[in-house]
Design a protein around this ligand. Structure first.
Ligand SMILES: Nc1nc2c(ncn2[C@@H]2O[C@H](COP(=O)(O)OP(=O)(O)O)[C@@H](O)[C@H]2O)c(=O)[nH]1
Ligand SMILES: [Mg+2]
Length: 241
């Protein structure tokens, strides 16, 4: 090989090495960003459209609810909790069923889940609410990590609001029913793999009760109109570590 040939082989070698190094560096940077985003520093607000998620989110952010409109993307913010150094992230996840799968990772990586319920329209929405809640609770990581859940029964300022124990009872019997139908759907493999819940909720031989879940679940009666967000913030501070 002549001198020119040797030189170009050398250049080629150096160029390839640089390319490999750059690829590894880029991959590492992407990997780091992805894992950082998933660090446990987040609370997710989830539930059907109209439940009051964005009202609570803005109340946590600004101390009072702002006018909201149906959102097709998540709202991100942060909150300082009592006796905590670092700020915690709060994500208000849009309620539209089609968008839910997009936020599975946010739910699974959350330190705690705030599940908003409109307790005035509850009786006619119970199926949809239970379906949405079931979808969240049945995510494998949510059960595995025993993610704490606060079911916030919102709009209690209105006369038609149901008390939390009534909401709880109706949700339990609806989830009990869903367990059977969803179980059947699983066997027939009609659902997309990504949409299938993986965990059976509760004990197979007993009627469903929230106490049977590995997750600590609390019910909070609330009104974004009349209450300060302290009740919710106190629960968040309790499980933030
Ligand atoms: N009366 C009453 N209305 C509320 C309360 N919280 C939210 N709303 C109203 O319910 C509607 C839906 O609230 P929003 O926060 O947009 O719900 P989201 O779709 O879950 O984000 C809005 O008109 C809010 O003003 C509440 O505690 N009491
Ligand atoms: Mg909203």
């Amino acid at each position: 090989m002549d001198m020119v040939g040797e030189l170009s082989v050398g250049y080629l070698l150096v160029a390839s090495l640089l390319f490999v190094a750059a690829t590894i560096a880029a991959w590492f940077a992407v990997y780091q960003t992805a894992t950082q985003r998933h660090a446990k520093d987040t609370f997710a607000i989830v539930g059907l459209s109209g439940a009051g998620k964005t009202a609570l989110f803005t109340q946590i952010q600004h101390g009072q609810p702002h006018c909201t409109h149906t959102s097709m993307s998540a709202n991100h913010g942060s909150v300082q909790l009592d006796s905590q150094q670092k700020p915690w992230q709060v994500v208000d996840i849009p309620g539209h069923p089609r968008l839910r799968p997009l936020y599975q990772a946010v739910l699974e990586d959350a330190q705690g889940l705030i599940f908003m319920v409109d307790s005035t329209h509850f009786t006619r929405q119970v199926r949809d609410v239970a379906d949405c809640l079931y979808g969240v609770l049945a995510l494998p990581k949510i059960a595995e990590q025993r993610t704490p859940v606060a079911i916030v029964c919102n709009k209690r300022d209105l006369l038609t609001a149901l008390p939390a124990n009534n909401v709880q009872r109706q949700l339990e019997s609806e989830i009990n029913r869903l367990r059977t139908t969803r179980g059947a759907a699983l066997e027939s493999h009609t659902q997309e793999a990504s949409q299938r819940p993986h965990e059976f909720l509760g004990y197979e031989d007993k009627d469903f009760h929230f106490d049977h879940l590995p997750n600590p679940v609390v019910f909070i009666e609330f009104s974004t109109k009349n209450d300060t967000p302290e009740k919710v913030l106190a629960w968040m501070a309790d499980i933030a570590y």
